[in-house]
Design a protein around this ligand. Structure first.
Ligand code: ZN
Length: 159
């Protein structure tokens, strides 16, 4: 709910010089060296409904494994005939981990899970045998390469 009267917060002992420079933070540039593309923020792409279910080769944004499989992404914006897609994931479990990590404040999370559910329904219709559990994957840090005790293969078997 948005209040009609603006609210002002005073914090004693805090000076303007103590504030983070938001302008600087927002213009952080992510470079995609392989494709020689420079992004002003996290890259997203448009995917049309009729492109759903296609196979891609990519690296999972959640567990970091390279994979070739059905294109699973976070549908950040859902339009009439297309999605604004963020990320690529080798499983819905990895996608859910990503959502829990980056869209975890309560309103965002409910809306985000609804969007994932919508994508799941469409993909399950199009891709026979697609595993689409919405239980979040274990954190990638349980794998031995991150100092944990689980082998990569065992981690992948759980997705
Ligand atoms: Zn993954």
């Amino acid at each position: 709910m948005v209040s009609a009267t603006p609210k002002v917060l005073f914090i004693t002992g805090v000076r303007k010089s103590d504030l983070l420079n938001r302008q600087k933070k927002d213009t952080t540039v992510f470079e995609d060296l392989k494709n020689n593309v420079t992004y002003a923020n996290i890259p997203s792409r448009l995917i049309k409904y009729n492109e759903l279910g296609r196979t891609i080769t990519a690296r999972c944004w959640s567990c970091d494994h390279e994979y070739t499989g059905v294109e699973i992404f976070f549908p950040k914006v859902i339009d009439n005939d297309k999605f604004l897609a963020e990320g690529c994931f080798n499983s819905f479990k990895c996608l859910m981990s990503y959502v829990k990590l980056y869209y975890s404040n309560s309103l965002d999370e409910i809306e985000s899970i609804n969007k994932v559910n919508f994508l799941k329904r469409l993909l399950v219709e199009r891709v026979p045998g697609l595993v689409a559990s919405l239980e979040p994957a274990l954190p990638k840090y349980v794998m031995s390469k991150y100092g944990g005790s689980m082998a990569d293969e065992d981690y992948l078997a759980l997705l």
